[in-house]
Structures are given as structure tokens and as C-alpha cells.
Design a binder for this molecule. Structure first.
Ligand SMILES: NC(=O)c1ccc[n+]([C@@H]2O[C@H](COP(=O)([O-])OP(=O)(O)OC[C@H]3O[C@@H](n4cnc5c(N)ncnc54)[C@H](O)[C@@H]3O)[C@@H](O)[C@H]2O)c1
Length: 244
């Protein structure tokens, strides 16, 4: 039987892509499209949506997640901006309610691999900085992908007892912001969709791991795969890689 899907943020760039992708997939059926002024819980109940794909705004992602669980559907959150504490809290909520969900900072398979390779490189190269570049309309900074990459690098450092190199600069210089002890620099300008470079350094060498989303279609396969996979799950997954 086809999985019923509601898209929240359906009028936006990612929402529009998702609506089209769901409509084109024979295993999915689009039962609803909601946006800013709609009652999400009521829409889920009225349409009996099994999965809600949410591409809205960082400021509303957490509240939307709660509404989707309240409506009884599985959240697939593409929206960025989830904080570590919120993810932990929502993991507990999913466990308690027995409704599986996904928070995916990036649905592009290449970006998932970039994060995985960065996690591995952190074991060998002590210096690392992230430069993420997005289109000028992206409202939040840094990107969820950059934050998650920094977290994954920190996980490696913790697992291997590694410390980030000590810095001598004073706080006034332009050195980006620290996330999980990794410096992140955000660029916003026309021309980019989503680009991230993770620059590692060791003695006499640098290693750059770069992913470039040239088109929003790069996220399509990941969104569809997650929508299909989440329906049978009972826990919260953080990152598409956890669900793959
Ligand atoms: N995970 C990924 O792979 C990925 C990829 C691209 C973008 N994103 C993220 O997805 C989100 C959306 O990006 P976009 O480029 O489509 O933005 P957008 O501005 O084009 O679209 C956002 C849509 O959400 C709607 N909206 C805002 N608040 C809402 C609410 N409370 N309830 C329902 N709808 C609401 C807006 O009206 C708009 O139609 C952003 O957080 C962005 O960072 C994630």
C-alpha cells in the first residue's frame, strides 16, 4: 500500500521539490500540502498522513516536530536549526511515543559522504575549519550540515582522546564561530545552492573535503528514501546516514 505523505512548507523551494517528487513516486501518495497559515495538527488528522516532510524555517522546526508527533505522523525534518539538546529531547519523545522520525541536516548522498569522510579525517589531522556557502536567501547560519559535521568531528576527537589545537588569537579577529570546538565560516551570496568545504591541516599538508549541491534535485533521492524508510520506525534518527 502506498505511504500517505503531507508536505509542510509546501510553497517553499524545498517544499515544491518534495511535492513534485512525492507525486512522481508510485509508492507514495500526496495527501496534503500545508504552509505558514495552516493548522498542521488538524491537517495531519484530516488527511491521515503517515509521514510529514517538513521544509520550513529554523525558528519553527522544533515546534513543527512536536505538532507532527501530536498529529500521529512520522516527522521527516529537512528544516535546519535543531540544537543538540533539542535532538536529545526529541529522541526521548520518539522513544516514549513509539513514533519514528528523522532529522536530516542534509539529504544529498554526497554531503552524507562528505560528513563521514570528515569524521574519519579528524582522527589523523588535528586542524580543521568548515566553510559553508549558501544562496543569499538562506535565513539561518551556520547551516545544519556544518553544525552536524562539527559534531561528528568532535565525536571522533572524543572517541580517540584528541584535543583541538590550542589557539593564540584574541577573540576580536575574524575567525568564524566555534561549534563543537570547530571554527565555522558562513558565506551567503547568489550563485550557491549549498556548498561545504571541510579544510583539514597537519604538518606540511592540507586536505579539503568539498561537497557542492548544484541543484535542489540533489536532495530528492534522500528525501524520498527517508520518507519510505521512516514509516516502519519507532525511534528518532539524526542524520540520513543513521537511516541508510
Ligand atoms: N536537509 C536538507 O537537505 C536541506 C536542503 C535545503 C534546505 N534545507 C532547509 O530547509 C528549510 C527550507 O528551505 P527552503 O529553501 O525551501 O526555504 P523557503 O523559504 O523557500 O521555504 C520555506 C517555506 O516554509 C514556509 N513556512 C515558514 N514557517 C512555517 C510554518 N511555521 N509552518 C509551515 N510553513 C512555514 C514558508 O512560508 C515557505 O513557503 C530551511 O531550514 C533550509 O535550511 C534543508
Amino acid at each position: 500500500m502506498a505511504i500517505s505523505v503531507l508536505v509542510n512548507g509546501a510553497k517553499g523551494k524545498m517544499g515544491t521539490m518534495t511535492v513534485n517528487a512525492v507525486k512522481a513516486d508510485p509508492e507514495l501518495v500526496l495527501v496534503g500540502e500545508t504552509d505558514r497559515d495552516d493548522d498542521l495538527v488538524a491537517a495531519i488528522k484530516a488527511t491521515k498522513a503517515q509521514v510529514v516532510v517538513d521544509f520550513t524555517m529554523a525558528s519553527t522546526g522544533y515546534a513543527n516536530f512536536l505538532k507532527i508527533i501530536e498529529g500521529g505522523a512520522h516527522p521527516v525534518m529537512g528544516t535546519s536549526g535543531f540544537k543538540k539538546e533539542q535532538v536529545a529531547e526529541l529522541k526521548a519523545l520518539c522513544q516514549k511515543s513509539g513514533i519514528g522520525g528523522l532529522i536530516a541536516p542534509n539529504f544529498a548522498i554526497g554531503a552524507v559522504l562528505m560528513m563521514r569522510f570528515a569524521k574519519e579525517a579528524a582522527q589523523y589531522l588535528p586542524y580543521v575549519e568548515i566553510i559553508e556557502s549558501h544562496h543569499e536567501k538562506k535565513m539561518d547560519a551556520p547551516s545544519g550540515t556544518a553544525v552536524r559535521t562539527a559534531e561528528m568531528i568532535a565525536e571522533t576527537r572524543q572517541a580517540f582522546g584528541l584535543q583541538p589545537p590550542a589557539e593564540k588569537e584574541n577573540a576580536e579577529v575574524a575567525r568564524g564561530e566555534l561549534f563543537s570546538n570547530v571554527r565555522v565560516h558562513s558565506v551567503r551570496m547568489p550563485g550557491y545552492v549549498a556548498n561545504q568545504r571541510v579544510v583539514f591541516g597537519g604538518t606540511g599538508q592540507t586536505l579539503v573535503i568539498e561537497h557542492n549541491s548544484l541543484d535542489r534535485e540533489s536532495f530528492r533521492a534522500g528525501v524520498i528514501l527517508a520518507t519510505k524508510k521512516i514509516a516502519g520506525k519507532k525511534e528518532l534518527f539524526y542524520g540520513l546516514e543513521e537511516l541508510l
